[in-house]
Design a protein around this ligand. Structure first.
Ligand SMILES: *Cc1c(COP(=O)(O)O)cnc(C)c1O
Ligand SMILES: [Zn+2]
Length: 429
């Protein structure tokens, strides 16, 4: 029996994985595919490295040598402060004292290994990844260490985010910049153009099952540590891939039956003033209204958690953010920079580790939920700290930066023909 199949959430068609498939072939409204694993019982394989202990629930047929995996522990400091009896923290980042060993310091280090392990079944060609920072750092690190070809496309303003604690393998990992006032969405547009050329494959973002199933390990890990399905799951979202993945993990835990039949309520948050999904949800819209580009970029410039800045998130797609929020009876929160800074500080004081701004957004949403009595004191709560430990990492490590191999102007990104670039740029890959 096959380990898994890919199932269309709109029409139910099932596909064998060809390691590239991102969507259904049938003509209907856009829909995510979901991996359906033939095994229902969730056992961990401690002989496999890092996150690959969840091997049975990753769409891969080999594993990579990685150290990082999600680490769930029961909070004391923050829990007491908020009056919560069963607050669990899913820590994704670098905190060796707790065995958290993600040296790219965010949960994107759960996406990259499973995406690349799935893609390693391909013959030749390079995967093209668009990123605002954390994703790019995670893919660059994983591909560099495992000698796998990668084209990374990021906005120029995020270039300083692509660092590693070891020198990069610049033969294999190529960095392309979208210049000027480009944002994450511009990087996505540029990446799409590159993947129109032979030998370049789109990674696919949220549509890639390996990306989501990699992040889904956070909730599997939380349930394993708690011995049950949590009542509530808190996470800051930009595209919502991790949020959707959390729901998919919940579906798998339900099928296992040993983790109870609690409905896991999703609590998602964004950073004010750039909160397109919060607004759409609160207004009961089934899609995100078209945004004025300059207005959106102006708001993105104001937020402290830059990783939460996707202008076209998978909100209305079947299986997307709106649907999982509906199915879980979920909530959305808007968290200001002021709240973010105070929560980052609070977390450092109470839990003893630095966290990134996006994780501060999630902590801020939990503070709001407690204040508004959206959670009970005894409820089992999983708080996803999606990134942290940068300051700890910096104490013992030097950072190396990836040098760009090409830069594209706004005009080149907008033009249908990016091949005006010298051909060596592409053949070098
Ligand atoms: C990407 C990212 C998020 C948002 O994740 P989604 O894919 O939108 O669910 C939150 N925090 C950090 C640190 C991230 O890197
Ligand atoms: Zn379909």
């Amino acid at each position: 029996m096959k380990k898994y199949v890919l199932k269309c959430l709109e029409c139910g068609t099932e596909y064998q994985d060809d390691y590239l498939r991102l969507k259904c072939d049938a003509h209907h409204s856009p829909s995510l595919l979901r991996s359906i694993y033939s095994k229902k019982r969730i056992d961990l394989d401690w002989n496999k490295p890092g996150m690959f202990r969840f091997y049975d629930f990753l769409p891969v047929e080999q594993f990579l040598e990685v150290k990082g995996g999600p680490v769930t522990y029961r909070s004391e400091g923050l829990a007491r402060h908020l009056g919560l009896e069963n607050l669990y923290i899913i820590f994704n980042g670098y905190w060796p004292e707790r065995n958290a060993l993600m040296k790219t310091v965010s949960f994107k280090e759960l996406e990259a290994p499973s995406v690349m392990a799935r893609a390693s079944n391909l013959d030749g060609g390079a995967i093209v990844v668009a990123s605002a920072g954390n994703t790019g750092r995670a893919f660059a690190g994983i591909c560099s260490r495992n000698n796998m070809p990668l084209v990374l496309v990021i906005p120029e303003s995020s270039a300083a985010e692509i660092w590693s604690t070891e020198p990069f393998n610049e033969q294999k990992v190529k960095l392309f910049l979208a210049s000027g006032n480009s944002d994450y969405y511009d990087a996505i547009s540029l990446a799409e153009k590159i993947t129109c050329m032979d030998g370049f494959f789109p990674e696919g973002g949220t549509a890639n099952i390996a990306r989501r199933d990699g992040m889904a390990t956070t909730v599997l890990d939380a349930a394993y540590t708690m011995g049950r399905i949590p009542h509530h799951y808190f996470q800051a979202i930009g595209s919502g891939a991790g949020g959707i993945a959390a729901w998919e993990a919940f579906e798998r835990l339900k099928e296992d039956r040993r983790f109870g039949n609690t409905l896991m309520k999703l609590h998602f948050s964004q950073n004010h003033p750039f909160v397109p999904m919060v607004e759409a949800w609160k207004q009961g819209l089934d899609h995100i209204p078209a945004m004025d580009e300059n207005n959106a970029k102006d708001k993105i410039n104001q937020i402290s958690a830059k990783v939460l800045s996707n202008r076209k998130p998978p909100y209305s797609i079947t299986g997307g953010v709106r649907q999982v929020l509906e199915e879980s009876g979920g909530e959305m929160y808007s968290v200001t920079n002021q709240e973010v800074y105070s929560c980052v500080h609070l977390f450092q004081e109470l839990e003893g580790v630095d966290i990134c701004e996006a994780a501060g957004v999630a902590v801020g949403s939990l503070v709001q939920a407690v204040r508004e009595k959206k959670v009970d004191n005894q409820d089992y709560i999983a708080l996803n700290i999606t990134g942290g430990g940068y300051n700890k990492l910096r104490k013992g490590h030097n950072l190396y930066y990836l040098s760009p191999c090409a830069k594209f102007t706004d005009r080149e990104i907008a033009s249908p023909d990016i091949m005006s670039k010298p051909e060596e740029v592409f053949t070098a890959v």
